[in-house]
Ligand binder design. Structure first.
Ligand code: SF4
Ligand code: SF4
Length: 364
């Protein structure tokens, strides 16, 4: 294989990639494929690893990839903090400014979105990077592939040193044996991602863009100002997180007139979504189910399965832009900016999602 030279590297000699995603969209596999790509098809040395929490599906996932000259040993295994390329697998993740952490003006940012770069820049106040967009979800649905392969194709094009053939080969190797029936669709997804990724023209000073500078918000409390014995409810704490982007198109819909206030949903929900308050039911004073804090609902639908009287039913989120019985938890400390209305505005209820489930265990 012909040895390849990277067009750009950092001071340590690495070209670095970070993928920002949520569990279930395939960023982990995408990162592994990119890592292998460097070694097997590009004549480079490479390394990749992912970071995710205990519950993988629906929770934030990051994947990190490093490329360098094949003669150089990779002795650094820490997360990528200043990426040359950033892949964002779900547009709503941009609602959290930390997703863009470490990006410079020259960082290439590839976003899975049907919106144009211009719209995204205004909507999320993006002030860094070169913005590329690709409607990966839509392409995945049409080609019966997955978001991760479409993003892989798009990112390969943007990187500029990865030929389409090499991506196809790595896809055949990764998926061909395991899912031979899905291979043609995935190759088509890669091709369309490669061809349809679009760059937003460079911004100039005349652009009237609302800029939100990342990292300039002054926290009310920090380690120096927090009261002794107090907790910081913001950083690293899921209590203040809006997990709406984790939902994949479905929500539990509450029908209060059926509810018998048994509390099974509350015991089952892993995310403290249900809001019980003192009240009266059938003449008895008891805790009453008043609604759901959808900010914390990741859409697993376990509550729907346990409800004995179908007071919670399976709903398609797109049909409920204003969610009835949406009751934010009043007891939790929060700042309004934690809850920008990012929402789950992408819905993976497509054939591709069903195909994926079939492939992974025959749920459908
Ligand atoms: S499980 Fe169903 S009936 Fe029981 S409290 Fe929850 S919503 Fe009401
Ligand atoms: S779907 Fe139900 S159980 Fe799952 S997080 Fe939402 S409210 Fe909780």
């Amino acid at each position: 294989m012909k040895e390849k030279h990277l067009p750009i590297t950092n001071e340590s000699g690495y070209y670095e990639v970070r993928l920002e995603s949520i569990g279930g969209l395939g960023a982990n596999l995408c990162g592994k494929m990119m890592g292998e790509l460097g070694l097997e098809y590009l004549g480079l040395n490479s390394a990749s690893f992912s970071s995710y929490g205990s519950e993988k599906t629906g929770t934030p996932v990051k994947a990190f990839i490093r490329f360098c000259d094949w003669k150089k040993e990779i002795r650094i295994h820490s997360p990528v903090v200043r990426p040359h390329l950033l892949g964002i697998f779900h547009e709503a993740l941009l609602g959290n400014p930390s997703v863009l952490e470490g990006c410079q003006q020259k960082t290439q940012i590839v976003i899975n979105s049907e919106e144009s770069g211009e719209v995204l820049i205004k909507k999320y106040g993006i002030s860094v990077g070169e913005i590329y967009t690709v409607p990966a979800q839509q392409i995945a649905m049409k080609t019966h592939s997955r978001i991760n392969v479409v993003m892989l194709g798009a990112m390969a094009r943007v990187m500029g040193f990865v030929p389409l053939d090499a991506i196809n080969e790595i896809c055949k190797k990764a998926l061909g044996k395991k899912y031979p029936d899905a291979l043609a669709g995935n190759l088509e997804g890669i091709r369309r991602g490669y061809e349809e990724v679009a760059k937003y023209p460079q911004r100039d000073d005349k652009d009237e863009i609302h800029i939100r500078r990342i990292g300039t918000e002054v926290p009310q409390w920090g380690y120096e100002t927090a009261p002794i014995g107090g907790i910081n409810p913001l950083y690293g704490n899921s209590v203040a997180s809006d997990v709406s982007p984790s939902r994949q198109g479905f929500i539990p819909v509450f029908i209060p007139e059926r509810c018998i206030n048994c509390g099974l949903c509350d015991s089952t929900c892993p995310d403290m979504v249900f809001q019980f308050q003192k009240g009266e039911y059938k003449g008895r004073e008891m805790m009453i189910n008043k609604g759901l804090d959808y900010y914390h609902c990741k859409g697993c639908l376990r509550c729907v399965e346990v409800c004995p009287v179908q007071a919670l039913v399976h709903g398609v989120e797109a049909e409920y832009p204003e969610k009835p019985w949406f009751l934010p938890n009043q007891e939790m400390l929060r700042r309004p900016e934690n809850y920008e209305k990012t929402g789950a505005d992408g819905y993976i209820t497509s054939e591709s999602y069903l195909t994926e489930k079939r492939m992974e265990g025959g749920e459908v």
